[in-house]
Design a protein around this ligand. Structure first.
Ligand SMILES: N[C@@H](CCC(=O)N[C@@H](CS)C(=O)NCC(=O)O)C(=O)O
Length: 201
């Protein structure tokens, strides 16, 4: 059994979306987390070493970090077309974007959005290069890997639906977000995402 450790409207919401895309059987363990507004707090029911989400439990194994959870789950469901298996012509691009999401998009985007990058030209350059790379890619093709959607689109769009200003104004990005958010699996995921009755942060 797969158990997703989840806090509503957080980075674990994207994993519910993925689980729905995969048609996986899973249960959700709702936990509280420290929220930016000072609400919430660490939850003893959360096995994550930093009491963050997402965390995934599978047959006694704990998986943390969004990109690792994405990789783990897509490997469990190899028939899904959201990953690119070894030998696939888009395998290199797939792994590159997965690592780029965790190593460049999120950290440089956070540095920009928090204002930290504004006072640090090298950081700002990393952020601007990232924006250029993403927008140029989506101008050439509908998805990050080409003509077909993948789990890296799901990661990026989950961040954009939460914080559109992660990337500059661009009709290409807006169209991309629109096409991804129309997916039926996301509507199902949003229903699961909400807090169950009686749950409080
Ligand atoms: N790099 C981690 C980041 C996880 C993360 O920051 N999660 C936030 C929710 S969006 C959290 O749990 N915050 C609570 C805390 O940091 O205590 C990942 O992508 O899985």
């Amino acid at each position: 059994m797969l158990t997703l450790i989840h806090a509503p409207q957080s980075r674990s919401s994207r994993i519910i979306w993925l689980l729905e895309e995969l048609g996986a059987e899973y249960e959700v363990r709702y936990v509280s987390i420290r929220r930016r507004d000072g609400s919430g707090g660490p939850d003893d029911n959360n096995p994550h070493p930093h009491k963050q989400v997402p965390a995934l439990l599978h047959n006694g194994a704990l998986v943390t970090e969004s990109t690792a959870v994405v990789q783990y789950l897509t490997e469990l469901y190899p028939k899904s077309e959201l990953a690119r298996p070894p030998g696939h012509p888009e395998r290199g691009a797939y792994l590159s974007w997965l690592a780029y999401y965790a190593g460049v998009i999120e950290p440089s985007g956070s540095a920009f959005l928090s204002g930290v990058a504004a006072g640090h030209p090298p950081l700002l350059k990393i952020y601007e290069d990232m924006c250029l790379h993403v927008v140029e890619t989506l101008t050439k093709q509908p998805f990050l890997l080409g003509k077909k959607v993948s789990a890296v689109d799901l990661l990026l769009v989950s961040a954009l639906t939460w914080m559109r200003k992660l990337l500059p104004d661009s009709s290409v990005v807006d169209q991309y977000v629109q096409s991804m958010t129309a997916r039926p699996a996301l509507a199902r995921a949003r229903a699961v995402d909400s807090k169950p009755d009686g749950f409080h942060d």
